[in-house]
Design a protein around this ligand. Structure first.
Ligand SMILES: [Zn+2]
Length: 247
């Protein structure tokens, strides 16, 4: 048996049992093993890892662990800009785009509301989610460890919380969403298409009395025809993002 000492930092600790979160712990294995394989064996998907130090030196996923190694594993840190040669994967290109698994319908709606292109269908299978994510360079959001442990997946995030608002915090924090959000832009929460402005006169027959009375500016989904206005729901979403800014 070979022995290494693992220590996981920050939110990565949430993947471990309580007694392994505080200090380094021994991990035993046989044969030639990459550090990526060892990390995933203890339950941490590779997509969650941003930096690995072996005996205080940065290594990549292919590093072969050897007896006595002290392995420190770090998640993405918002403030930390890694040098290119320490990176485990290329930085995500451009504004984040997502695909969410079947458990994350509410989170998908939040992301669309804030104009983040997010594919979500409640009948997509894991393999389809992986294929679309990889093909279209989308960040896979999932509550399934197994999906993120697949080799071909480069960009992904495991979602820890049950509450969809806190889920949005999780994603916003990891991918710095506030930098990309422009206050007035939005997508259709039902179908992910872009909204365009429309004159009140054109849709006035479809509005309820109160909406007709209190609102002047409207948008419409080009795909499914759903009508949007800056009602109370819209304002609460604004507040939510304000909170994320101060989070
Ligand atoms: Zn729509």
């Amino acid at each position: 048996m070979k022995e290494i000492y693992f220590r996981f930092y920050g939110r990565l600790k949430r993947f471990l049992p309580d007694d392994r979160q505080i200090r380094p712990y021994s991990h035993y294995f046989k044969g030639r093993q990459s550090v990526k394989d060892r990390i995933e064996t203890v339950g941490v998907p590779h997509t969650e890892v941003e930096l690995i130090l072996a005996n205080n030196r940065p290594v990549d996923f292919s590093y072969l662990v050897k007896t006595g190694d002290r392995i420190a594993v770090y998640p993405h840190f918002y403030q930390l800009e890694l040098q290119d040669n320490y990176r485990l994967r290329p930085p995500y290109p451009g504004k984040p785009r997502f695909i969410a698994d079947v458990h994350l319908g509410k989170l998908a709606k939040y992301l669309r509301r804030f104009n983040f292109d997010t594919i979500y269908q409640n009948d997509l299978k894991d393999q389809e989610i992986i294929d679309i994510g990889v093909e279209e360079d989308r960040i896979i959001l999932t509550r399934d460890h197994g999906v993120l442990m697949r080799k071909q997946v480069t960009y992904g995030q495991f979602i820890h919380n049950d509450d969809s608002r806190i889920q949005l915090y999780e994603v916003a924090e990891r991918y710095n969403l506030t930098e990309y959000y422009k206050g007035s832009e939005s997508r259709c929460v039902d179908c992910n298409s872009r909204l365009i402005e429309i004159d009140k006169e054109e849709i006035i027959d479809r509005l309820e009395l109160k909406t007709k009375m209190y609102f002047e500016r409207f948008k419409i989904c080009q795909e499914c025809d759903k009508i949007y206005w800056e009602g109370s729901h819209y304002k609460r979403m604004e507040d939510l993002f304000e909170k994320i800014n101060n989070y």
